[in-house]
Ligand binder design. Structure first.
Ligand code: GLU
Length: 391
């Protein structure tokens, strides 16, 4: 067995005995779902998808669809037009709360139901089918395969979805829906009923982790800016009213859904997804949350963990006929630029005034942050003619 699979399997075995919690009761089809499946998947930068447990079991996305439909809305309309209809503050309230901003009526954020219904209503299309088809196409691009709707779950939610319909009427009364109530709500119920496996979700999450490019199909699905906006909102609002504690304990932007799925994004590292239908009091899957928490702590994946590579960039020194060349590799940020400058200052001081010039070659850098370039330019200029920058 692959060593990473072995590790994932170990995590799965650890959480398997936990059977507390219950399937979502308010959507009849979900209430009757088998509570036992347990699965876990990781999608990597090179598009490898590693999965363990019941990784072929399909379940409906529910709220996990929200960040991806938000991505579509941001992609189509831009940030300002979307934010005119929905806020970006954690609500601190349950997912189906009537948490609308005083005065404007804007829902707190796009990841609670009211905000998601507002977001979905912005997706263009003449009728419910056209809107749904465009959303499913986007979700499919994120997943890298064609996804389908579970009609039984859709009908079950539509037949019992009075609370969401009421939210949509309220939004409409504030002028915040981009459509009539029915197209908004029925399209929203359909997006929630899109079927996925944990493997699909891991790829979808990895697409956000890698700046909007699906690592399996290599297709750019959304821009880097859109992916970053979505991940930011997930980090503050993705886990219902336990989002703050989740960020503290786990430190990965995430989104859960009432069918028991969970996605988490480790920016530039991997996408992860877990599935187990029993939910805690906040509506988050008990075992899926435990799996991701364990993975984040074992792998040291908290986003605010210090990263030494950022502070100490790749440096190669060549002593040639025309003097010394310092070649920079990898990614150079503010901290790394400071490291380079300190090293050059020390070298210049040690060599004395008449030493041969040093050339700093920044052309091979995979990424040069604007702050790092500013530091290099100003600090190297201060060293006088002793050091030249090639960028
Ligand atoms: N379709 C569900 C609802 O609107 C999604 C809720 C969730 O997954 O949090 O109630």
């Amino acid at each position: 067995m692959h060593p990473i699979l072995q590790l994932l399997d170990g995590v799965l075995d650890e959480v398997r005995p936990r059977t507390e919690g219950a399937t979502a009761a308010y959507i009849p089809e979900l209430a009757h779902a088998d509570p036992d499946p347990l699965a876990f998947a990781v999608a990597t930068a090179r598009g490898r998808v590693l999965s363990v447990g019941d990784d072929r079991v399909e379940f409906t996305m529910q709220s996990i669809s929200k960040p991806f439909v938000l991505a579509l809305a941001l992609h189509e309309l831009g940030r300002d037009r979307v934010l005119a209809h929905v806020g970006v503050e954690p609500s601190g309230e349950p997912f189906n709360a009537i948490s609308l901003e005083e005065g404007t009526g804007r829902p707190a954020n796009p990841l609670v139901n009211a905000g998601a219904i507002a977001t979905t209503s912005l997706i263009a299309g003449d009728d419910i089918d056209t809107r749904t088809a465009r959303i499913v196409a986007m979700l499919s691009a994120f997943a890298g395969r064609s996804l389908w709707i579970d009609e039984a779950v859709y009908r079950s939610e539509s037949a019992t979805g009075d609370r969401n319909r009421a939210l949509a009427h309220l939004l409409r009364s504030y002028g915040l829906l981009g459509s009539e109530v029915d197209p908004a709500v029925e399209t929203y119920f359909r997006q929630c009923a899109v079927l996925v496996t944990v493997r699909d979700l891991a790829v979808m999450s990895a697409t956000l982790a890698f700046g909007g490019v699906n690592p399996v199909t290599r297709e750019r699905v959304v821009s880097e800016d859109v992916a970053r906006d979505v991940v930011s909102i997930m980090s503050s609002c993705g886990m219902y009213d336990s989002s703050g504690e989740w960020m503290l304990r786990v430190g990965l932007p995430a989104k859960s859904g009432v069918s028991g799925g969970l996605v988490a994004v480790s920016p530039s590292q991997f996408g992860v997804a877990a599935f187990s239908p029993r939910l805690d009091a906040h509506g988050n899957s008990v075992r899926a949350s435990a799996i991701v928490e364990r993975l984040a702590s074992d792998f040291g994946m908290h986003v605010f963990e210090p990263h030494e590579a950022v502070a100490e960039p790749g440096i190669e020194v060549d002593e040639g006929a025309e003097g010394t060349t310092v070649r920079l590799g990898g990614e150079l940020g503010f901290a790394g630029a400071e490291f380079v400058v300190t090293m050059l200052r020390e070298t210049v001081a040690a060599r004395g005034a008449d030493a041969a010039a040093i050339t700093v070659d920044a052309r091979e850098l995979a990424r040069l942050h604007p702050a790092a370039l500013a530091v290099l330019r100003t600090e190297l200029a201060a060293l006088g003619g002793a050091v030249r920058l090639r960028d």
